[in-house]
Design a protein around this ligand. Sequence first.
Ligand SMILES: [Zn+2]
Length: 173
Amino acid sequence: MPKTSSSKTTSSSRTTPSSKTTSRSRRPFRVGRSKTGLGLFATKLIRKGSFIVRYTGRMLPNRIADELDTKYLFEVNARWTVDGSSRKNIARYVNHSCRPNAEADVKKRKILITAIKTIHPGDEITYNYGRDYFNAFIKEHGCKCAACHQKKFVVRSKHKRSRKPKSRRRPKS
Ligand SMILES: [Zn+2]
């Protein structure tokens, strides 16, 4: 006999005042440990093209921002820069990648970080910081993003392989 839905033990649905769902958990990301310190990681599926987080901070004229010694400056146009160094600016935890899954767009002086690929739970969210930043802060120590790390690994393993007798491998197209 098919089970009837007589098991009415679902009386636990009584609304308790403390059962407010935290609105923060609606964010599809969290701050977590990455290879280079802290990073922002997806906790939910983020579809390609969807908005993730806004990069926020004080709006400063570029000539003033140029005097500051912080890595969290984001130039929005020829006149204005956002100083995103406040910890409230959760977007500052998004790390650089040379092969990113998100991008930062400026729309009316607002910096919006949007997915350019589908991002799965657990994936680190990254965008390309651009050449100026790269040359100023990353180049010197070498980029530690996943794409560069992988490249290095491939170079190393190729080197190792060259000591072995040549195996007939099809060249990568
Ligand atoms: Zn890189």
